[in-house]
Design a protein around this ligand. Structure first.
Ligand SMILES: NC(=O)c1ccc[n+]([C@@H]2O[C@H](COP(=O)([O-])OP(=O)(O)OC[C@H]3O[C@@H](n4cnc5c(N)ncnc54)[C@H](OP(=O)(O)O)[C@@H]3O)[C@@H](O)[C@H]2O)c1
Length: 308
């Protein structure tokens, strides 16, 4: 019997139980999954950083930790974790992120707000430019950023992207490493899909925000620390940034007194750009469990030295 500790959000347990049992049936493994298993019996943990487990040292027979989230910044440096850690890559998570990013890019590209909020009923027939004339930059070309860049390129946007290692994505001008001057130069919309690591903190600061086209839109579904908040507020004040759509923050929930709530040119969404849904993530965990039991390489292994 393989004992799997469910240490994800309590509210999702019933759904995970149903979906995991379904997904594991396919592999005919003899599995017991529960939020309540004696620590010495636990072989695998389905993990979320908001769940009950913080100290992995109490599980002497632990093989692998399956993180339910794509981002691992809250577990990757846990000194008690001495077994492989996988992160979530799943079609549902990717689809959700693509839909959210394309929606918010199109909002800014088409200038939708002027027509949705038009209290004086002004008739101002100014057609938006075509996507082919709009420069959009995606910072981070991994599972999510790569999919978003492809979707935007399919809509004909002029898409540039940035990653640590070189990429080749049809329709996307790819940059790897180096400074951001040529990546961001004249960009009118920038989407952040980098992980939160020591190397990516404040990747958008006063210097890099100045590379953008005046009045650019900043869209951040990545992580709060990617942006220097004070620099962004100054750029929103000066008009260098026309609008910021922010899904993630240094402190979540975003404190009620935070200036982002006060600014008319900031849209706050409550970390909902995409989410791990049991219906799709269970199959990913089940496949990784099968691999672990068969001694095959795990999918989506976190590189703990890189931090993602
Ligand atoms: N708001 C939400 O609801 C939500 C939901 C899911 C995920 N997220 C966030 O989205 C992030 C990205 O997820 P993912 O699955 O796409 O991750 P991923 O596959 O690991 O991709 C990360 C990308 O960032 C690049 N990168 C990392 N460090 C860099 C650096 N120092 N300079 C330049 N590029 C760098 C990587 O480059 P290489 O490809 O060269 O390694 C890769 O292209 C997650 O870490 C999480 O923070 C948010």
């Amino acid at each position: 019997m393989i004992h799997i500790l469910y240490a994800g959000p309590q509210a999702d347990w019933d759904m995970y139980k149903k979906c995991m049992e379904c997904a594991l049936d396919v592999h005919t493994l003899n599995v017991h999954i529960s939020p309540d298993i004696p620590p010495d019996q636990v072989a695998y943990i389905i993990y979320s950083p908001d769940g009950p487990v913080q100290d992995f040292s109490i599980f002497p027979n632990l093989n692998v930790v399956f993180n339910l989230w794509a981002g691992v910044e809250r577990v990757v440096n846990n000194p008690t974790l001495n077994v492989p850690l996988t992160r979530m890559v799943d079609p549902g998570l990717t689809e959700g992120m693509v839909e959210w990013c394309v929606g918010h890019v199109l909002r800014h590209h088409l200038g939708m707000d002027a027509h949705i909020v038009n209290p004086s009923h002004e008739w101002a027939p100014k057609a938006p430019p075509l996507a082919r004339w709009r420069k959009v930059t995606v910072l981070g070309l991994g599972e999510l950023g790569g999919a978003v860049a492809r979707a935007l390129a399919a809509l004909n946007f002029q898409v540039s992207g940035w990653s640590a290692r070189a990429k080749d994505i049809p329709g996307v001008t790819c940059y790897a490493g180096g400074d951001l001057a040529s990546v961001l130069e004249d960009s009118e919309i920038v989407v952040l899909l980098l992980p939160d690591t020591p190397d990516t903190v404040n990747v958008l600061d006063a210097e890099t925000l100045a590379y953008l086209a005046p009045g650019a839109a900043v869209i951040n579904p990545g992580r709060g620390p990617l942006i220097d908040d004070d620099a962004l507020l100054a750029a929103l004040e000066s008009g260098q940034v026309g609008h910021a759509t922010l899904d993630v923050f240094r402190a979540e929930p975003l404190p009620r007194t935070h200036p982002f709530w006060q600014r008319p040119n900031v849209t706050v969404t409550p970390h909902i750009a995409s989410t791990s849904r049991p219906e799709t993530t269970s199959a990913v965990i089940a496949e990784n469990l099968r691999r672990a039991e068969a001694g095959e390489p795990l999918l989506y292994l976190v590189d703990r030295a890189r931090g993602y």
